[in-house]
Design a protein around this ligand. Structure first.
Ligand SMILES: [Zn+2]
Ligand SMILES: [Zn+2]
Length: 329
């Protein structure tokens, strides 16, 4: 018991190593760029001040979004998805799928759940003892179910999901801009170093490593940002890209895709002025999401002279099928 507790503590400590490495690299890049490059190496004061102003704007936005992505806890399913104490014994006592399915049908009849397991069962987490809302997954690192889980990021030591996906996207964007700013402004100095016209050993080392590290991160971040922009425009999470979600009528990879603009607004919100800032503006509560077929039926109603509900989830229930019980991750 004590041994497993110690191992768990060690594993938790190890999880902080990648984040610590990122913080050390960022602190060193700040010191090398501000002190050795902009202040001591650039002789022209106007250039030096311009570089420093631009750098600090970029560094400020990067640090803010980085902090928000690291410190914002992932959001968890609300209590209505949890098995209440009176329901848990009932569920555990029943051994047959049919008996269990009756319990789940009663619990889920008022919940906005559409996703299923590959066998058509309602998704249930044995660890958290809850019925998983759509797009919710259990994170084995955080040991909890996370709403609209995208992935667990080791570099941020945090789960990326509904509550912090916007912060993660802005973190990718501003860290890429931070690296590109360093690469573009030190390139002339790097060329001088390459031609053997730079004699200060300290500046040489800092410029060389700044160039290498920034270029390496810029290339990686560029691919990652493009990939997440593609996911955002199609309203997919990384987990849904890896494993297509199942519904009562089978698998579908495009059910949450309600158009590029609407997909973007779901994450960044409707207030344009707040798009560039890492403040929470995402739409919805993370438990239910507009579905493609609901949008089309709403549009049809609107075209027939009925009121359109826009993105509001209607109480349409496609569960006209028998439900079996299974637990998945
Ligand atoms: Zn769970
Ligand atoms: Zn996690």
């Amino acid at each position: 018991m004590l041994r497993s507790a110690c191992l768990r503590r060690c594993a938790l400590l190890l999880c902080w190593i990648p984040l610590t490495i990122v913080v050390i690299v960022v602190m060193w890049s700040y010191y090398a760029y501000v002190v050795h490059f902009s202040w001591l190496y650039i002789f022209s004061r106007p250039f030096s001040v311009a570089y420093l102003c631009l750098f600090h704007v970029c560094f400020g936005m990067f640090s803010w979004s980085f902090w928000k992505a690291v410190s914002t806890p992932p959001s968890f399913p609300s209590a209505e998805f949890q098995l209440v104490p009176s329901e848990s014994p009932l569920y555990e006592q029943e051994h047959g799928d049919m008996e269990k399915s009756h319990i789940f049908l009663e619990i889920t009849q008022n919940l906005p759940i559409h996703t299923r397991t590959a066998t058509g069962a309602i998704r249930f987490c044995l660890d958290c003892q809850l019925i998983k809302p759509d797009r919710c997954h259990h994170c084995s690192v955080c040991q909890t179910c996370v709403l609209k889980m995208d992935h667990h990021c080791p570099w941020l030591n945090n789960c990326i999901g509904f509550s912090n996906y916007k912060f993660f996207m802005l973190f990718l964007l501003y860290s890429l801009l931070y690296c590109l700013l360093i690469v573009t402004t030190i390139t002339p100095t790097f060329i001088r170093l390459w031609l053997g016209q730079l004699f200060d050993t300290c500046v040489k080392l800092h410029v060389l490593f700044l160039m290498l590290v920034s270029t390496m991160f810029a290339v990686t971040l560029c691919f990652l940002l493009i990939f997440h922009i593609w996911l955002l425009t199609r309203n997919k999470t990384t987990l849904e890209w890896l494993s297509v979600p199942f519904f009562s009528d089978g698998p579908s990879s495009e059910v949450f895709d309600v158009g590029v603009r609407a997909n973007f607004l779901q994450v960044f919100g409707k207030k344009k002025a707040l798009w560039p800032f890492p403040v929470f503006t995402s739409e919805g509560d993370g438990h239910s999401f507009p579905l493609k077929w609901q949008m089309s039926s709403n549009n049809t109603l609107a075209m027939n002279g009925h009121e359109s509900h826009g993105y509001v989830l209607t109480s349409v229930s496609p569960e006209g099928v028998s439900v079996t019980i299974a637990a998945d991750d």
